[in-house]
Design a protein around this ligand. Structure first.
Ligand code: PEP
Ligand code: MG
Length: 592
């Protein structure tokens, strides 16, 4: 009997790790743990609580062992895994997961497994209700830790990752970061999963391993069987199940094109970022995690233009010590080999809440108009002084600058300078080496009030960096993480451009360095306009540096200046976009 050919099916998800993978599907089944649930009598409560405590202790010991092994692993993936296991370790020390499960045993008189399961479900529901991709991504971590405790309670061993066939594509409902880290990239050519987002640790891990990955594909499991062929495009988020030979050929072609493009871009590493008419531009990297340092050096960044220090505070309930912060920052400063690093002080609040501080400052920190950024730092002097001391000590290992987020007034900068001098004196009295001379102190221009008062702020600041992400959000009153108004979020709105122009002019007049570190800086579409507005220092996610450098090398600055003047006379964002795109298209044609 003739077999009917399987029909091709196209699915769509979120491309989170670049590249095209073509191979045979291997479905990763989760080793489901049977959860016994029953009521207990009052005299059994202590025993069940003890069982939970034992399972938590055993889980902590296991994670501790895994952590030692991760630390011994060389390279970025080992480092990232170490970080993650640290976070798991802390979650088992004191977290809502363990506390609530323990409380449930006594209050609801249920066995430890049932209490744990109910807690995982409740946290999951609360996280989903928050409708925040970053928080949603943290649920993977809760489940990973919860399942480990559950396995220890039920004495169910973890299902080992089977030896995967070479060239397979791993498909799963959800891949945890730890599982992802255990994948052998010589065997796995792509990952695809139902759950997960671009900001989760699974995505970060996949990028660190360089495995093309698409997450968030809702109907995946209903559309595939182990052994089917599949194509996964980690750039566009396309997934094709049972592709026809023509589809496979098209994706192979796409893969070859991208590889060629990547090679061409790589060749730019040692080329200067200079326009066709000889203007030099500084291209720096925005860094969120130490794992990115490898790439920062590979792409030849001139420095770190924005080191977001939040990573040291995330995924934990306690505030990191001076030493912990110092070690984390020192490693990154040293990795720059003498190139400068601009360390931004803690910018918690808005969508960047952390368990360590959220309990105390909850609503105000979350509002985005409350105790965010420098406001929180100045209202928690002990914590801020600790961070300043860690930064100053890291500054003894390489050139640094200190940048302050969410500044609106001169007095904030002055208070920070005083705190910095105090911190330096204290360190010296402890016999420790600090940055000498003390680092420049600058501000992120990201609040409209700061932009409009930029001339005053320039008198108090050693440098400016325009935070166009928040500047756009606050100028247009559009929450940058709210999907409902995402189409209104437009950095080409004339109000935003005027804010940038005004701040840049104030910085230039005061002769202080001025750069930009919002997402705009990393998009070649905006490069001509940003240069036209007087900016010569662009800081961006490291992977974007080669593309922006290519744009600069094709660009004629005199023409960009002329086009910027025309653009700045416009009032309609759509007209501005058309004028810019038209200029880019023309300039590219003549420059190639
Ligand atoms: C910005 O607001 O543009 C910025 C660079 O800071 P963050 O994205 O961390 O708020
Ligand atoms: Mg900001």
């Amino acid at each position: 009997m003739e077999r009917r050919p399987k029909s091709e099916k196209v699915l769509k998800g979120l491309g989170v790790s670049s590249g095209v993978g073509i191979g045979m599907i291997h479905i990763r089944e989760r080793g489901t743990v049977e959860v016994p649930e029953y009521r207990i009598t009052a005299n059994r409560v202590a025993t069940e609580r003890e069982r939970l405590k034992d399972a938590v202790t055993r889980s902590r010991r296991q994670i501790g062992r895994l952590r030692s092994r991760a630390n011994a692993k060389p390279g970025a993936a080992g480092e990232e895994l170490g970080f993650l296991l640290d976070a798991y370790f802390h979650m088992l020390k004191d977290s809502r997961l363990v506390r609530d499960a323990d409380r449930r045993i006594s209050e609801q008189r249920i066995n430890a497994e049932a209490a744990l399961q109910a807690t995982i479900t409740e946290i999951g529901e609360a996280f989903t209700a928050m409708n925040d991709p970053y928080v949603a991504a943290r649920m993977v971590d809760i489940r990973e830790v919860g399942n480990r405790v559950m396995r220890n309670l039920t004495k169910t061993p973890a299902k080992p990752l089977s030896v995967l066939p070479r060239g397979c594509v791993v498909a799963a409902e959800e891949m945890t970061p730890a599982e992802t880290a255990r994948l052998d990239r010589r065997r796995v050519c792509a990952i695809v999963a139902v759950l997960g987002g671009a900001q989760g640790h699974t995505a970060i891990m996949a990028r660190a391993l360089g495995i093309p990955t698409v997450l968030g594909v809702p109907s995946l499991l209903a559309s595939i069987r182990s052994g089917d062929d599949i194509v996964v495009d980690g750039d566009t988020g396309e997934v094709v199940v049972n592709p026809t030979p023509e589809t496979v050929a098209a994706f192979k072609h796409r893969r070859a094109e991208r590889k060629r493009d990547a090679r061409r871009l790589k060749a730019l590493r040692r080329q200067p970022a200079v326009t066709r008419d000889g203007e030099e531009v500084i291209l720096q990297a925005n860094v969120e995690l130490p794992i990115e340092m490898e790439l920062v050096n590979q792409v030849g960044a001139a420095g770190i233009g924005l080191l977001r220090s939040e990573f040291i505070f995330m995924n934990r309930r306690d505030v990191p010590s001076e030493d912990e912060q110092y070690q984390a920052l020192r490693q990154m400063v040293e990795a720059m080999g003498g190139k400068p690093a601009t360390i931004r002080t803690l910018d918690l609040g808005g969508d960047k809440a952390t368990a360590a501080l959220f309990g105390e400052y909850g609503n105000s920190a979350a509002s985005g108009l409350g105790l965010r950024g420098i406001r929180m730092s100045l209202s928690t002097p002990d914590m801020f002084d600790t961070q300043l001391r860690a930064i100053l000590r890291a500054g003894a290992h390489g050139p640094i600058r200190i940048m302050l987020p969410m500044v609106i007034g001169v007095s904030e900068v002055q208070r920070v300078r005083k705190a910095m001098h105090r911190a330096a004196r204290r360190l010296r009295s402890r016999g420790l080496t600090v940055a000498d001379p003390l680092p420049p102190v600058g501000v992120t221009i990201e609040v409209p009030g700061a932009a409009l008062a930029a001339d005053a702020l320039a008198q108090a600041s050693d440098f400016f960096s325009i935070g166009s992400n928040d500047l756009t959000m606050y100028t247009l009153a559009i929450d940058r993480s709210d999907k409902q108004v995402a189409d209104l979020y437009d950095p080409l709105h004339p109000a935003v451009l005027r804010m940038i122009q005004f701040s840049a002019a104030a910085g230039l007049r005061a002769r202080i360095p001025i750069g930009i570190c919002g997402e705009m800086a990393g998009d070649p579409r905006y490069t001509a306009l940003l240069l036209g507005l007087g900016l010569r220092d662009l800081s961006m996610t490291p992977a974007n540096i080669p593309r922006v450098k290519r744009r600069i090398r094709h660009l004629d600055l005199a023409a960009a200046n002329r086009r910027t003047r025309v653009i700045m006379d416009q009032i309609d964002p759509a007209r501005i976009a058309a004028l810019l795109d038209d200029f880019n298209a023309l300039d590219l044609k003549s420059g190639l």
